[in-house]
Design a protein around this ligand. Structure first.
Ligand SMILES: NC(=O)c1ccc[n+]([C@@H]2O[C@H](COP(=O)([O-])OP(=O)(O)OC[C@H]3O[C@@H](n4cnc5c(N)ncnc54)[C@H](OP(=O)(O)O)[C@@H]3O)[C@@H](O)[C@H]2O)c1
Length: 353
């Protein structure tokens, strides 16, 4: 008889506990108790999932809540592509068994994206099975808990900083703008950029309440995001050498219009919208670069480089300041909160709490 474990499983549920519901079944993530046989079923997708015999079995220490996890657990469309599925795009833990020769019991590992919580079982579980291909050994300088505090958000923030650097941007280039600054990607981006010596302006819808928090992370200036949300001219007075943008939409169009000659914007997210109501003018008249950041499909070499830099450059005490810890049972309510934009910084999930 296999041992049981708890997990947040996204599926179509009726009523609070699976009881009949007049409104019909609704997709969402619920805390369930599973056994190992769960990993033997493929759900409603023909593509095979990693199995305990061939994949890497992980005793999970921590996961986290990212915006995408909020969407998945709240049952919003477009994230989870097979049912039932264990949610969680981040996993940090210890290998318990491996059918992949690259990994052995006792290895401490981290994995962000790579289909977790979307098309493959994820990390919001006491136990999971993943494909070993994109798995990373956790650098010894980072604890499992702090690796989850960084999570996809921190990994993405580092990828964004590295993307700006590849365009020649450095601390002496000028002011760097971070949008969605009080959120996960934004908070870590402010912390990393400030630590690296950049002068950072944080744009937030919560500038009044989170200004002290953002300055503690290293922002030199905090502005209200409303400044960026008004549609404006395609070329405006230049304010920024570069930017890390989590918002998209009109805000990203405004940022592009305010970037200095030859500057760059790392586009990470769409918290304000997927559209980009801009023109080519910033690109052809100011040589502005719009840089795409995709953490999900990042190749292993880039993952390793980013995590080594996170281990060396993240300010661990500040990381603790920007993180809140919850247990698995609090995941559904936190999913709603992150979609409502009321979560500050990062939420770590201690899957055994
Ligand atoms: N490209 C990738 O690989 C990648 C990886 C991770 C995340 N993402 C994306 O990046 C974005 C941020 O993710 P996250 O995990 O950091 O989410 P998060 O913690 O919820 O942060 C998003 C922040 O954006 C701001 N915001 C939220 N709703 C808004 C709205 N309607 N209009 C304007 N600003 C709004 C809020 O910041 P303030 O309160 O400070 O204004 C919020 O804290 C999401 O779109 C996510 O899907 C992409």
């Amino acid at each position: 008889m296999s041992s049981q474990f708890r997990a947040i499983v996204v599926d179509e549920y009726s009523g609070e506990d699976g009881a009949a519901d007049a409104a019909g079944p609704r997709r969402r993530g619920m805390l369930r108790t599973l056994d190992e046989d769960f990993f033997s079923a493929d759900g409603d997708d023909a593509r095979p999932l990693p199995r305990p015999a061939t994949g890497v079995s992980i005793e999970v220490g921590y996961s986290s809540i990212n915006y995408k996890d909020g969407l998945a657990v709240a049952g919003r469309p477009g994230i989870v592509r097979r049912l039932p599925l264990i949610a969680g795009i981040d996993v940090v833990g210890t290998v318990s068994a491996s059918g992949d020769p690259r990994w052995a019991p006792g290895d401490t590992v981290v994995l962000n994206g790579a289909g977790l919580g979307e098309s493959r079982h994820g990390g919001l579980s006491e136990h999971t099975v993943v494909d070993g291909t994109s798995l990373l050994r956790l650098p010894s300088a980072i604890s499992q808990r702090r690796a989850a505090a960084l999570g996809t958000a921190g990994f993405t923030a580092m990828l964004a900083m590295m993307a700006l650097e590849r365009q020649g941007i450095g601390p002496r280039s000028g002011e760097i703008l971070v949008t969605g600054a009080a959120g996960g990607v934004g908070s870590v981006a402010v912390m990393l950029l400030a630590r690296a010596g950049y002068s950072v302006t944080a744009a937030s819808g919560r500038a009044a309440t989170e200004g002290d928090y953002l300055r503690a992370l290293g922002a030199t200036t905090v502005i209200d995001r409303a400044e960026l949300l008004e549609p404006g001219k395609p070329l405006q007075s230049t304010r920024w050498a570069g930017a890390v943008d989590s918002l998209g939409g009109t805000s990203l169009a405004t940022v592009l219009a305010q970037i200095s000659y030859g500057g760059s914007v790392a586009s990470c997210g769409l918290a304000a919208g997927a559209e980009l109501p801009s023109t080519v003018l910033p690109f052809i008249l100011r040589g502005v670069n719009l840089l795409g950041v995709n953490s999900v499909d990042a190749p292993v070499a880039l993952r390793e480089a980013a995590w080594l830099r996170l281990a060396a450059e993240a300010q661990l005490a500040l990381l603790d300041e920007l993180s809140t810890e919850i247990g698995l049972s609090a995941v559904p309510e936190t999913a709603e909160a992150i979609l409502a934009g009321t979560v500050r910084g990062r939420t770590i999930v201690n899957v055994r709490a």
